[in-house]
Design a protein around this ligand. Structure first.
Ligand SMILES: CC(C)(COP(=O)(O)OP(=O)(O)OC[C@H]1O[C@@H](n2cnc3c(N)ncnc32)[C@H](O)[C@@H]1OP(=O)(O)O)[C@@H](O)C(=O)NCCC(=O)NCCS
Length: 159
């Protein structure tokens, strides 16, 4: 089956604008048990080193709709992925893959040598996604996610 991201022109990737905030907050409420606050999103949009990338298509009503987002930092020669989510109704269609491909390409364009991220130990879909992009586990941060006392796996990829 062809993936959404491979279909000609159906998926647009662009930076988040403040007017997207409500739609992005709705999406991440559906995607996460512990969503980021509006203030965190607003703060990210003010940082020069931070990018919030959105994946968008055109819905059945002919209007653009946001399917996923990825937040990353470019700091010196390191790309750090802070957050990534696809709307639950649009998973396994290549949305996260498209976001990650663009992000890693941006990192290479900025001459970053490595990409890093943290992921919950139990998050099999995300672990599988990152492994597919040659991320490898390099360490554990115990109780990193304090709400559930869950460990984070630290992953790294060479760019
Ligand atoms: C993880 C997440 C972002 C994946 O988004 P997605 O758009 O469904 O992913 P894609 O369709 O681009 O998948 C690309 C590849 O990732 C892997 N993958 C994605 N979801 C998977 C799953 N549920 N099980 C196993 N592998 C999975 C597969 O290798 C997949 O390729 P394939 O479909 O050809 O097998 C999504 O499940 C999500 O939003 N989860 C909740 C939020 C979250 O956990 N974010 C990560 C924080 S670190």
């Amino acid at each position: 089956m062809r993936k959404l991201a491979d279909e000609a022109g159906t998926l647009t990737l662009r930076r988040m604008h403040p007017r997207d905030l409500d739609e992005v907050l709705e999406l991440q409420r559906r995607a996460f048990a512990h969503p980021w606050s509006p203030e965190l999103f607003k703060r990210e949009m003010t940082h020069d080193w931070s990018t919030i990338l959105l994946a968008e298509d055109v819905g059945p009503d002919g209007r653009p709709r946001i399917l996923g987002f990825l937040i990353y930092w470019l700091v010196h020669d390191e790309l750090h992925i802070l957050n990534l989510a696809t709307d639950p109704a649009h998973r396994r269609r290549g949305v996260a893959r498209a976001l990650l491909e663009k992000t890693l390409a941006d990192g290479r364009a900025h001459r970053c040598s490595m990409a890093t991220l943290e992921v919950r130990r139990s998050n099999e879909p995300a672990l599988a996604l990152y492994r597919a992009f040659s991320f490898r586990a390099v360490g554990v941060r115990p109780n990193y996610y304090v709400d559930e006392g869950e460990d984070a796996i630290v992953m790294v990829a060479d760019l």
